[in-house]
Design a protein around this ligand. Sequence first.
Ligand code: SF4
Length: 374
Amino acid sequence: MACATPSIHTVAGGERVTDTIARPEARAGHTAGPLLDVRDLQVHFHVMDGTVKAVDGVSFSINPGETLGIVGESGCGKSVTALTIMRLLSSPPAEIVDGSEVIFQGRNLLALDDESMRKVRGNDIAMVFQEPMTSLNPVLTIGDQIAEAIQLHLAFSKREAWNKAIESIRQVGINNPERRVKQYPHEMSGGMRQRVMIAMALSCDPDLIIADEPTTALDVTIQAQILDLIRKVQDETGAALMLITHDLGVVAETVHDVVVMYAGRVVERGTVDEVLLAPKHPYTEGLLESTPSKGKRGQRLNVIKGTVANPFNLSPGCNFTPRCPYAFEPCPVHDPRIEDANPPDVACWLYSRAPGQPPPQRQRPILPPLEANR
Ligand code: SF4
């Protein structure tokens, strides 16, 4: 049954406001439980300068037909998480640490043989990449590329695959699909190419679409069209969506649930309402404060001071300590993990009892004025 989830979609007059978008119907035929369940995922890169813990104990799940946004700065591990789910990382240098699990429809993808994983890719999980020009083959027509994927995964005849390619192109709002399928990627605009990528992702009727910064390379007008399209196809197909982005506006308008990552870890999670209207983690709060909006016109934007933690030199405590205006004694020493947190959706000692500390007050200390603090 479809249900409505309140979703933040803009920031106006200095205050965040909510809109309501309907959760799409989940597809029939799924067993109960999450469609995708990522458990304690750890991915290390062994490079000349040492080992980088690109993903460090990340857990989240997506139910059938639902949407999850993964947000965070560049280098926080969002894309590595997606590429690990798709098993597209080269090893070496990447190492998926023992104990990590990616359970999709009841199977651990990390334990599948290559042939089984090839069937999952495209067929059950499809990925839309950031820059379509680097993902599309420049010497094949659009139709050939989509039809090839369909033939590979759905065992269609050549004619059937070609017809389905035309249908997929039509589904993503491209006019005159019979002509467009005969064109090459360079004959299309950036927005059109991203539509083709979405058509390709949809062509095999996947249960999960992973979109990695699908609008980053596009201008604002086309960005809005592509987001509308993603929402529309998700409503129509009932596929689940995992949307990776650094743009909180995109998250607010597109997904129901949010995971915030920082330095390879999940630091906060919840519905868009919970996370964007009432952020708990200081990093989420900083991201929101640094997002431009109409209501902040003429005002200086607050920014998160400092830079992302050096992955070769992480402290034993909270990775956000050097940038956090609320940091206190336990922060540089003890590591707040979201799986140990109480309440369970924020990894921060402001909310959980740190070793050797009194119970937290469960309320944010009042900060001095911004200029004095940063
Ligand atoms: Fe800030 Fe400490 Fe919370 Fe980390 S644990 S976010 S440093 S208050």
